[in-house]
Design a protein around this ligand. Structure first.
Ligand SMILES: [Zn+2]
Length: 256
């Protein structure tokens, strides 16, 4: 029995050595592709070490609920111009003590932080609540900075008689290639993350910044300040975080 065991072990060892030799020989011959294969294998064996594809169990019990968006580096070089609508003496819509301009700036700052954490560069087209850059200035500033996309943030209001008017709508002008795709992805991301009413991504020629931006652009109206529930949500940090996460996911999807 002992001798049989020894022989069996010897055969196993030989099989392993032959397999490894063949593997590394093919890696040396085939070059880059194989090295990718090697690094893939290593990460799979390391059980979830940084690759995007999660290694789940057959019944999915241990699979993560969400695939995290990869942090840093990947999106280096892409520049996003963020335009917080209104500012200075122009509050935009103002309801029950809530200023659209201020909400726009809070959301723009939150979005900028999230994008920077992902490795994007951002250009804020308004930095504070005291200044009111003209629409022309905003478009020019984005072009000068070499922005790849332009995202304008606004709030909505409704003064009609219908009750419960709320939700997110996103506008684009289709004279620029890819603006519609950008608008739809950002819109979908924001609606999905917040669960807000989906009022659609729609085409328009009436909005100066999306019509004149020199790069794919859209304008998202993230809440109705005229709706008490939505006015309350949009001023909460938790809801703002969900919203800017959704917008950031849409931007990531656009550059993929
Ligand atoms: Zn506005």
């Amino acid at each position: 029995m002992r001798r049989q065991d020894r022989n069996e072990r010897k055969r196993k060892l030989i099989r392993t050595v032959v397999f490894l030799a063949a593997f590394f020989l093919s890696a040396a011959v085939l070059g880059k592709g194989c090295y990718l294969l090697v690094s893939k294998c290593v990460s799979v064996f390391a059980q979830g070490g940084g690759e995007q594809e999660p290694v789940g169990t057959a019944d999915g019990a241990d699979a993560p609920e969400e695939i995290p968006v990869p942090q840093g580096q990947q999106w280096n070089g892409w520049i996003v111009a963020i335009d917080p609508g209104h500012g200075g003496e122009d509050d935009g819509c103002y309801r029950e003590g809530v200023s659209e301009a201020r909400v726009n700036l809070e959301l723009a700052k939150g979005l900028s932080e999230k994008l920077q954490a992902l490795g994007f560069q951002t250009v804020m087209l308004r930095e504070d609540d005291e200044t009111l850059p003209s629409l022309e200035d905003r478009v020019t500033q984005a072009a000068k900075a070499g922005a790849d996309i332009f995202v304008s943030i606004h709030q909505n209001a409704y003064d009609g008689t219908q009750s419960g008017v709320s939700g997110i709508e996103t506008w684009y002008c289709d004279t620029l290639e890819d603006s519609g795709r950008l608008a739809r992805l950002i819109h979908e991301g924001a609606v999905k993350k917040t669960g807000a009413v989906d009022r659609g991504a729609q085409e328009t020629d009436d909005i100066y910044v999306v019509r004149n931006a020199a790069m794919p652009s859209c304008l998202i109206e993230t809440a109705f300040l005229s709706d008490p529930a939505e006015r309350s949500s949009i001023t909460s940090k938790t809801y703002q975080d969900k919203l800017t996460e959704g917008i950031a996911e849409g931007i990531v999807a656009f550059f993929k």
